[in-house]
Design a protein around this ligand. Structure first.
Ligand code: ADE
Length: 539
């Protein structure tokens, strides 16, 4: 009986064990099935960007063992839906193979050609199709790529900026130590009136120092169409109790509106090859932001411009020779396409030669100034520059072809020929004030019978219609030198631009008159001159 009871107990225990095992296996099989959000299609406010949560309250046990969770986002017109389903990855869904079902998260990928905007994701974790990620993978990839490519660029930029900054600081310190040392090279540039050609770090360039030059403006000494000129003090070193040392300079001030004129003149001056004893010495250019002005800083010439000088002085033959030969020398240098050492340089046309644009230096030689209208005659002149080249300058001094706007823009020599015409009028003005002629009249500009600022039309009447030129009185031929200069003038203001002399030729003719100069210094114009001196050069 006891044995029976014992075997019944063991049978019961065994049976229970088997039953429990079966239940356990059942539970294990059920666990293999995925829990997924399963709402088929329903509208959503998810915009298809960033992260979204599907608004599906149904979590289903997927009917088959190996199914995964799938979410699909669609947009057609204004109709946006989410579809959440279970699906066997071995089978296509809407004709698509599920590629990402091993993921633990549902990361959306766009599929084209589905008839609407269509994003799909699949994943293999319970309810993993509830939280949807759009483009995150892409975004993080793009961010990583951008970061990787930007970092070296940023490092380079920082390096460049730092080295540039160090360089600027170094230059600034260097410049101010030069200034503190006492008078800089600028001294020579500004006051050496005798033609020394010493250089300055500032010359022919924009003042790149953030520090502006310590300049104190004095009186106004000139006024042009685009700018005013002031005498000024360029302070040197520190004041240190005693009166501060300074150099006298000239400042040409352009208001912001006249930027183009400042820029043109600055660019012309910036060509180191322009430097010549008969061209105004340029020191530097500055932008004065506070005053909304642009400045050109140049040598100062206390004798002022040639027109003022001739208005107040009667000159000797020697003065005439100095003024005339230096004027022709300056224009020849401007027009030349090579330097004195034979190196190539760009020829420049001044285009506004007149006595008020010529300064008189203390040794009574001339220097050309006001390059606001000057033109660099390089072979690649821009169309714009050529188009603006027709009629510029001052009507009184305009060559006939300029008055008519018939200058030959194809040939750069035409611009030089027009300058030579204007130069001839200035030479005439110089002679008109020379005592070697006998009686000297009051100063009058060329075509002095016309009003103060004759317009182009009245100049056309005089110069083109009447073929008029300033009068060369007979008594001017009494002096052999003046007679020669008059012959050159006549050749320089020829109606035909091609028939005019070059400035270089005029300069050489003046050189040939140096001998004459010495003779006429010894006695006056009556001096007998050897005949060969009167031979006039070929054009
Ligand atoms: N007028 C115009 N420029 C001048 C200068 N540099 N020196 C003296 N007078 C001037």
């Amino acid at each position: 009986m006891e044995l029976l009871r014992l075997s019944a107990f063991w049978c019961g225990t065994l049976l229970l064990g088997v039953l429990l095992l079966e239940e356990e296996t059942e539970a294990m099989i059920i666990k293999m099935r995925r829990l997924c959000k399963f709402c088929d299609r329903q509208p959503t406010s998810c915009t298809g960007k960033g992260r979204c949560k599907v608004a599906c309250n149904i979590t289903a046990i997927c009917p088959h063992d190996d199914e995964v969770c799938v979410s699909i986002w669609r947009k057609k017109d204004d109709n946006v839906t989410f579809e959440t389903v279970c699906h066997k990855p071995a089978e296509k869904l809407y004709g698509l193979v599920l590629e990402d079902y091993n993921n633990s998260k549902c990361e959306m990928k766009e599929r084209k050609g589905m008839g609407s905007e269509f994003f799909i994701c699949s994943c293999s974790q319970d309810e993993c199709n509830e939280h949807i990620i759009f483009n995150e993978y892409m975004d993080s990839q793009v961010v990583a790529v951008i970061l990787v490519s930007l970092v070296p660029l940023l490092v380079m930029a920082v390096l460049v900026i730092t080295s540039f900054y160090c360089y600027r600081v170094y230059r600034q310190r260097h410049a101010s130590s030069r200034r503190k040392k006492g008078f800089s090279d600028a001294h020579a540039i500004m006051i050496d009136d005798e033609g020394s050609d010493s250089s300055s770090t500032l010359a022919n360039n924009l003042n790149h120092n953030t520090e502006l030059l310590p300049i104190e403006l004095d009186v106004q000494v000139g006024k042009g169409r685009f700018a005013e000129v002031y005498k000024a003090k360029l302070k040197q070193g520190s004041s240190g109790g005693e009166e501060q040392a300074f150099e006298t300079v000239a400042i040409k001030i352009f208001q912001y509106e006249e930027y183009a004129s400042w820029k043109n003149e600055k660019d012309i001056f910036s060509d180191a090859d322009l430097r010549h004893e008969n061209v105004l010495h340029f020191l530097t250019a500055e932008e004065r932001k506070v005053q909304r002005q642009y400045w050109l800083i140049t040598a100062y010439h206390p004798r002022g411009n040639l027109q003022e000088y001739l208005s107040h002085h009667i000159i000797t033959w020697r003065d005439l020779w100095l003024l005339g030969s230096s004027l022709a020398g300056g224009v020849a240098h401007l027009h030349s396409d090579h330097t004195t050492c034979g190196r190539y340089k760009v020829a420049i046309a001044h285009r506004d030669i007149k006595s008020s644009n010529i300064l008189v230096r203390s040794d009574l030689t001339c220097c050309l100034c006001d390059f606001g209208l000057a033109l660099r005659l390089d072979s690649n002149l821009s169309v714009d520059e050529l188009a603006n080249s027709g009629q510029v300058g001052t009507a009184r001094y305009m060559a006939p072809e300029v008055l008519e706007s018939r200058i030959n823009l194809e040939n750069i020599e035409s611009f030089k020929q027009a300058d030579v015409y204007s130069m001839a009028l200035v030479l005439w003005e110089i002679i008109s004030r020379c005592s070697a002629n006998g009686e000297v009249k009051e100063y009058e500009p060329p075509f002095g019978n016309l009003r103060e600022h004759p317009c182009v039309e009245s100049m056309k009447d005089s110069v083109l219609r009447d073929r008029g030129r300033p009068e060369i009185p007979d008594i001017w031929n009494n002096h052999p030198g003046i007679q020669l200069v008059c012959a050159s003038i006549d050749d320089c203001w020829d109606h035909d631009p091609e028939a005019r002399l070059t400035a270089q030729c005029v300069a050489e003719r003046f050189d040939d008159m140096e001998y004459l100069d010495k003779l006429s210094d010894r006695s006056d114009s009556e001096e007998k001159i050897p005949e060969e001196i009167f031979v006039v050069d070929e054009k």
